[in-house]
Design a protein around this ligand. Structure first.
Ligand SMILES: Nc1ncnc2c1ncn2[C@@H]1O[C@H](COP(=O)(O)OP(=O)(O)OP(=O)(O)O)[C@@H](O)[C@H]1O
Ligand SMILES: [Mg+2]
Length: 177
């Protein structure tokens, strides 16, 4: 199950992140894929806002992994940006895997370098487009639990959806783009 969205500006991407945030549970891992400036951090900020992160969530520069206690400390939002890593071993050394725990929600930008460490049930979010172009945001998971959640997330009648215009529909196969 894949669901697709369109975002015409950073505010819409932030909003989509907030709406995704509602669906996140402890133990979830969200992978944010896309080119430089695609909007990965914007989406992560939206997730952080929904979870109640008050300090500005930015891309960690020196700390590749930033932790934010949320929900009165019952949960931790872990924001990783692995852009600077070159070798899979580095991801192991900095302890990426140690954060995949039930009391943590992990949101990972540039996750590719850590591919071997990532859980199969992660939600994959792909952001396409750059500059002032509208973004296409595609969410996908091979996990059946996520498929169900994505269905609900994308269900307009639930009222959690971004504007109808923003939702481009769900599909099981990738159409030719
Ligand atoms: N629809 C859109 N959604 C998100 N960002 C947009 C959109 N349109 C334009 N932008 C601009 O694109 C940039 C996205 O920046 P952001 O830091 O979120 O990207 P990123 O994918 O995290 O980049 P990096 O790979 O450097 O971490 C911002 O400057 C933002 O203003
Ligand atoms: Mg970023």
């Amino acid at each position: 199950m894949k669901v697709r969205f369109r975002s015409d500006n950073p505010t819409e991407t932030l909003e989509l992140g907030r709406r995704l945030g509602r669906f996140l549970l402890g133990g979830d891992v969200v992978l944010l894929k896309g080119d430089l400036g695609a909007g990965k951090t914007a989406l992560a900020q939206g997730i952080g806002q929904w979870l109640g992160v008050t300090e500005g969530l930015t891309s960690p520069t020196f700390t590749l992994i930033q932790e934010y206690p949320v929900r009165k400390g019952q949960l931790t939002l872990v924001h990783m940006d692995l852009y600077r890593l070159r070798h899979p071993e580095e991801a192991e050394v900095i302890g990426v895997e140690d954060h995949f725990q039930q009391d943590k929600i992990c949101v990972i930008e540039w996750p590719e370098v850590a591919a071997e460490l990532l859980p199969d049930d992660a939600l994959v979010v792909e952001l396409k487009g750059s500059g002032d172009e509208p973004r296409r945001i595609i969410m996908n998971s091979s996990d059946s639990g996520w498929a169900e959640r994505l269905n609900t997330f994308a269900e307009p009648s639930v009222g959690l959806m971004p504007s109808k215009q923003q939702y481009l529909g769900g599909y099981d196969e990738i159409p030719h783009s």
